[in-house]
Design a protein around this ligand. Structure first.
Ligand code: ADP
Ligand code: MG
Length: 236
């Protein structure tokens, strides 16, 4: 089991952002965490990546507990946060070299990893620009490259395609699907079609609770993915 979540609850003051959530994710799965705004998707991702502590419950990543071994867990995870924080004044290659350095990748290996990532995410043409000069789609590619630079086992991508135009959207989805062949991936989205296009499994979350969890084939076959999600977004 790559990610094991048991009875996870997160309170912000009196508000239950996550309410007794349990979820297990196997190696190699691409899981779409689908839910409307405020469902609790980002909160779950921040807990798994050890950025915020839960109120109660247990989370293990690759067998490691988030309370006992947060640093090791972070080294196993590549995380693209919702706002994709980037250093806009840095050049693309420079920023990737910098992030690789933070992961203690050195020398020849560092250069190789950076060039490999530039190719993987399709940044070759933009590599000599400042990040601030890039379009949103290309900034997302930089974010993805940063998240993958240390070849993490697990990728956590918080709304990686939000705000992209249709062409960029298709390309970023393809990159994620390609990367997902070798990694365990959780991506969040509020677009149902995105889960169908990219993921092997859908976990639908609403008001801090998991309301559906199944393979895409199964959910799509029954038409239940669409129905469950429509009911939620219409507030039924
Ligand atoms: P999602 O990513 O699915 O849109 P979030 O996990 O960001 O949902 O938020 C879940 C709920 O928790 C929302 O109602 C949100 O307003 C609340 N919330 C998130 N972060 C905080 C915070 N730092 N302080 C207070 N409330 C928060
Ligand atoms: Mg969010």
């Amino acid at each position: 089991m790559t990610i094991d979540i048991k009875n996870l609850t997160k309170l912000y003051a009196n508000q239950r952002a996550l309410d007794d959530v349990s979820l297990s994710i196997n190696e190699g799965e691409i899981v779409g965490l689908l839910g409307p705004n405020g469902a609790g998707k980002s909160t779950m991702m921040k807990i798994i990546t050890c950025f915020i502590p839960p109120t109660s419950g247990e989370v293990k990543v690759c067998g490691l507990d988030i309370f006992d071994e947060p640093l090791q867990i972070r080294s196993l995870i590549g995380y693209l946060p919702e706002q994709n924080p980037l250093y806009l004044d840095m050049y693309v290659r420079e920023s990737l070299m910098f992030i690789a350095g933070l992961h203690k990748i050195r020398g020849k290996e560092k250069k190789q990893r950076v060039e490999q990532m530039i190719e993987t995410v399709g940044l070759t043409k933009e590599v000599n620009k400042k990040i601030g000069a890039l379009s949103k789609g290309y900034r997302q590619r930089v974010g993805l490259a940063q998240a993958m630079i240390h070849d993490p086992k697990v990728l956590i991508l918080d709304e990686p395609t939000t705000g992209l135009d249709p062409n960029q959207l298709v390309e970023i989805r393809q990159i994620i699907k390609q990367m997902g062949k070798k990694k365990t991936v959780i991506l969040s989205t509020h677009i149902m079609q995105e889960v169908e296009a990219v993921c092997s499994r859908a976990v639908i979350i609403n008001n801090g609770k998991i309301v559906a969890d199944d393979t895409i084939e199964h959910l799509a076959l029954e038409g239940s993915l669409e129905k469950t999600f429509r009911d939620i977004t219409m507030g039924i």
